[in-house]
Ligand binder design. Structure first.
Ligand SMILES: Nc1ncnc2c1ncn2[C@@H]1O[C@H](COP(=O)(O)OP(=O)(O)OP(=O)(O)O)[C@@H](O)[C@H]1O
Ligand SMILES: [Mg+2]
Length: 264
């Protein structure tokens, strides 16, 4: 993807760009009925950072993901993504804004009968005219971009395979390639490895880690696998009982913290 700036992670000086938060979650509250699910959640994700969100089932990870792009309206607080105050966007602006965020879900959400490249090109629908979409006549640049994204996830050779012929791991990599093709530099992944075998799961995490490190993509990803979070994340944010329970480096996520996070 030639538009992406390559970041030299071995350099002593961290590029200034990288220090700016790409995602700011500021004092977010969300209740369902009487039940307070998110209670003043505050944290940031820096540009090019790979942050893993942990927490027991039902602690509000998916709710937070939905609040980030206002698929669910937070009750209060502020969300800023890539310098856009998401919380104040009007409906039409919000629709436009969502198109630049890459989403990856547990169920890959691919169109099974379409090829891998057509699934990735679906990310470009927002910028292509209707007749191009209907005739699937994407322009040369869009196709090049889609191929580059598939190459990034190691699936160039499978570009013209139908999604239904790909393994679960490969399908999820197509979903990640589609997220990259959004070109918004922020990817939100809610339990992307839950339905993958261990090898495919690690493979996807490696790709996410690489995308953050080498291409400056900001990734916020929820997981249930603590060991993998510790191994791959730049930072871990853990939620418990509606609050941020832990926010720090994987090396600080001790056995004691882990035990207390998952004990009710
Ligand atoms: N639309 C909704 N209406 C009412 N309650 C909801 C709604 N969505 C989520 N909840 C409740 O909010 C709480 C948090 O749910 P959420 O799906 O965010 O948890 P989670 O951390 O993603 O869990 P898991 O790890 O199992 O995916 C749960 O108690 C759930 O029942
Ligand atoms: Mg969830």
């Amino acid at each position: 993807m030639n538009r992406l700036v390559k970041i030299d992670v071995s350099a002593d000086v961290i590029p200034v760009e990288r220090l700016r938060p790409a995602i700011r979650v500021d004092d977010i509250c969300k209740s369902f009925g009487e039940k307070l699910i998110l209670d003043r959640i505050t944290f940031e994700v820096a540009k090019g950072e790979f942050v893993v969100l942990l927490g027991p089932s039902g602690c509000g990870k998916s709710t937070l993901f939905r609040c980030l792009t206002r698929l669910i309206e937070p009750d209060s607080g502020r969300i800023v993504i890539d310098d856009t105050d998401v919380t104040t966007l009007r409906p039409r602006e919000l629709v436009r804004f969502r198109r630049q965020i890459g989403f990856v879900f547990q169920q890959f959400n691919l169109v099974k009968r379409l090829t891998a490249i057509d699934n990735v090109l679906a990310a470009r629908l927002a910028t292509a005219s209707l007749w191009r979409v209907l005739l699937r006549r994407f322009n040369f640049e869009d196709r090049q971009l889609a191929l580059a994204c598939l190459d990034n996830v190691g699936l160039l050779e499978q570009a013209y395979q139908r999604a239904e012929r790909l393994s679960g791991g490969q399908q999820q990599r197509v979903a990640f390639a589609r997220a990259l093709a959004q070109q918004g530099d922020v990817v939100l992944a809610d339990e992307p490895i839950s339905s993958l075998d261990p090898e495919s799961a690690e493979n996807l995490l490696q790709i996410m880690q690489h995308s953050a490190k080498e291409h400056g993509i900001t990734v916020l990803c929820s997981l249930h696998q603590v060991d993998l979070a510790v191994r791959y994340a730049d930072r871990i944010v853990a939620l418990k009982a509606g609050r941020v329970f832990f926010n720090g480096r994987p090396s600080e996520f001790s056995r004691d913290v882990r035990d207390r996070l998952y004990v009710s």
